[in-house]
Design a protein around this ligand. Structure first.
Ligand SMILES: [Zn+2]
Length: 285
């Protein structure tokens, strides 16, 4: 049960002009959506609950299995309109096979890259058994959860077809609901961030930024933070993790910009609820 304290931040309407064109072809927000940064230790698992159906971005390590499925059960998740595997590292796809086996899934998105691990193969096998096809992300594509959706996702990355590091294949999604924008970075690093910046024009400003790569200094360049200008940042990482995430350099860059930071290692599961105008944040700890 999440503690019922906290912060409501009201958003100015400066973003409204930027998205009015998009709103013109979408339904206006009706009701609330919630974004749950589930504390799965060192890894990512983000549940998005909406009146149109639910979505899951990443599934944490296999070691977080009980936590993940316990949480989905508590939240009454009975199916997923969208399942995103940002990239094939085990701290993101550790439970994907079981998610696909347990829950009816409508759409699956994963970058076009293979990995040789058992975890990855089991995920592919589970998809095949359910006759689910993978949709590869195409930068610039926009889609909703349902046909006539009030919620939109835009793919910002990957921009290129090949990278040296698997992290940079990460699916980066911008999610817009009314005047509120979230950016989910997966483990995208500076190479991907620079490509997103170079592609420009797609409107990077966001209210909430899920930092790339667990707050590593290999992500979240100052140029990128200045382009996104988030009100708050979320870091999904494990307490005392082996990588030293989040890195001090990243925390300093966020602090210098007055960006409020939420961390799953310190705050537990972080839930943000929005009606498309304001965002309410609830922390587990
Ligand atoms: Zn990761």
């Amino acid at each position: 049960m999440l503690k019922k304290y906290l912060l409501i931040f009201f958003l100015t309407l400066i973003f409204a002009a930027g998205i009015s064109g998009v709103l013109g072809c979408r339904k206006r927000p009706a009701g609330e959506i919630s974004v749950h940064f589930i504390d799965v230790g060192q890894g990512d698992a983000i549940l998005i609950k909406t009146p149109e159906g639910d979505a899951l971005i990443d599934s944490g390590e296999f070691s977080a299995r009980d936590k993940l499925f316990g949480y989905l059960r508590e939240e009454g998740v009975t199916g997923l309109r969208l399942l995103v595997a940002t990239h094939p590292h085990s701290d993101h796809i550790g439970n994907m096979a079981e998610v696909v086996e347990k829950l009816p899934v409508t759409n699956v998105m994963m970058p076009r890259v293979v990995h040789t691990t058992k975890t990855f193969e089991m995920f592919l096998d589970a998809l095949e058994a359910k006759n689910l096809k993978i949709k590869a992300p195409v930068a610039g594509d926009t889609f909703g959860l349902a046909g006539d959706s009030a919620l939109s996702f835009t793919v910002l990355a990957p921009v290129s077809e090949e990278y040296d590091d698997l992290n940079n294949y990460s699916v980066v999604l911008k999610m817009v609901y009314g005047n509120v924008t979230f950016l989910f970075m997966g483990d995208a690093e500076r190479i991907s961030e620079n490509e997103i910046l170079a592609a420009g024009g797609r409107g990077l400003r966001a209210d909430v930024l899920k930092l790339g790569h667990h707050g590593s200094s290999s992500s979240s360049s100052r140029e990128f933070l200045d382009a996104v200008l988030p009100r708050c940042a979320v870091i999904s990482c494990g307490a005392g993790n082996d990588y030293g995430h989040p890195h001090a350099e990243t925390l300093r860059a966020l602090d210098e910009r007055g960006i409020t930071v939420y961390r799953t290692d310190l705050d537990g599961t972080i839930v943000m609820t929005t009606d498309g105008v304001s965002v309410q944040v609830q922390l587990e700890k």
